[in-house]
Design a protein around this ligand. Structure first.
Ligand code: AGP
Length: 364
């Protein structure tokens, strides 16, 4: 992509719409149908080493950390390796135990975020194996890591990350599939995930075709005092990212919680002026999530659901196409990027350069 606006009013809008091509690009040339796996040329981790990994720890900041949460779930689900994500800044300040059997993964759009780079350097000093999931080719984090996966989102100009977030989540799906097929993921499951990945670009296009509807919803919710974002397991990182997106670009205060945590405190905030965005994939947790909607309704809370079918307890539902359940977080985040964008537009915000923020935070 070139840096011109291509008919869009903002880079954020342009970059949201570039996701169809960007996801196509991160997949291109990497799928191996013969063995139902993927090739990741720069990974620098052979099958024996991959089988020796006992844990995966993913480090990043902001949206990159949120993609790490999605990545950790994908790696646990597909490769059955215990995995978790942590903000890179927290990790480096707490003198962590560095374990030789843990594979560390640094995730960053710019590849220049100071806290993430410093975490990589500290890990390397202690002899750890660190991979990068990075967008900018040849960036500091890409250079410092032992190998990794390029995200191929193309240049992202808007301070608020959209296409890079989605492409990074897809890159993690590729890495999880690769590790899974070296370990215990069956050929059938490999095929199923590959088929799901191939459907993503067209399904993203389908979500983007619903933009007018989302614009109307944004106008309806733009005057909220605060917004609550909830989800369970696969829905939770989506809720966290959507809440960050809304805060960054529209300055509307938002909180994200696991849906199950609502009753442990945040339910006290629910009132008509504090609507909830609930992420409800059609997975084995759907009934639990519906029970959460009832709890919110009982407190007169308004609900906007993102789901695979209309939710009768919700005031509005944005319906997204179904894919394989493991890939749900990838598609479900996209309408919420549009919600943040149109809320910011309705409130007259400086969308590409929100106040107080920089595209990449290269200082401590
Ligand atoms: C994303 O919308 C943010 N502006 C921010 O959280 C960003 O993801 C974070 O600063 C990390 O940047 P990086 O991916 O370039 O490392």
């Amino acid at each position: 992509e070139s840096y011109d606006m291509g008919g869009h009013d903002t880079y954020m809008h342009k970059e949201i719409h570039e996701q169809v091509d960007a996801v196509d690009r991160v997949l291109r040339g990497r799928i191996d149908d013969r063995f139902s796996t993927v090739h990741l040329g720069g990974l620098n981790l052979d099958a024996r080493e991959a089988r020796g990994v006992r844990r995966v720890k993913i480090l990043g900041c902001g949206s990159a950390y949120h993609t790490g949460l999605i990545g950790a779930q994908l790696i646990e689900e597909l490769a059955r390796i215990p995995a978790d994500a942590e903000p890179a800044s927290e990790f480096r300040y707490r003198n962590p135990v560095v374990d030789p059997d843990t594979l560390y993964i640094a995730v960053s759009q710019s590849g220049e975020t100071y806290d993430t780079l410093a975490a990589v350097q500290e890990l390397k000093r202690k002899g750890a194996r660190v991979l990068g999931v990075v967008n900018v080719v040849g960036s500091a984090i890409a250079r410092e890591t032992d190998g990794g996966v390029y995200v191929h989102a193309g240049p992202e100009v808007c301070v608020v990350s959209t296409k890079c977030f989605t492409n990074t989540a897809v890159a993690f799906a590729l890495l999880a599939l690769h590790l899974g097929r070296i370990r215990d993921l069956s050929v059938a499951d490999g095929k199923r995930i590959i088929a799901g990945l191939r459907k993503l670009p067209e399904q993203i296009a389908e979500v983007l075709r619903g933009e007018e509807e989302i614009k109307k919803l944004a106008a309806e919710y733009a005057n909220a005092k605060s917004m609550m974002f909830v989800g369970r397991v696969r829905g939770y990182p989506v809720a966290r990212e959507a809440s960050l997106k809304l805060k960054e670009v529209s300055y509307v205060h938002a909180e994200a919680y696991p849906a199950s945590e609502l009753k442990h405190g945040p339910l006290a905030l629910i009132e008509p002026e504090v609507p909830t965005v609930a992420v409800l994939p059609d997975d084995d947790l759907l009934e639990k999530n519906r029970a959460t909607l009832e709890e919110i309704k009982a407190r007169s809370g308004r609900i906007l659901a993102v789901a695979h079918r209309e939710q009768e307890k919700a005031d509005h539902t944005i319906v997204v196409p179904r894919n394989e359940v493991e890939l749900d977080p990838i598609l479900m985040g996209i309408p919420l990027q549009l919600l943040a964008y149109h809320t910011a537009l309705a409130l007259g915000r400086d969308i590409d350069k929100p106040r107080n923020l920089a595209k990449s935070v290269t200082v401590e």
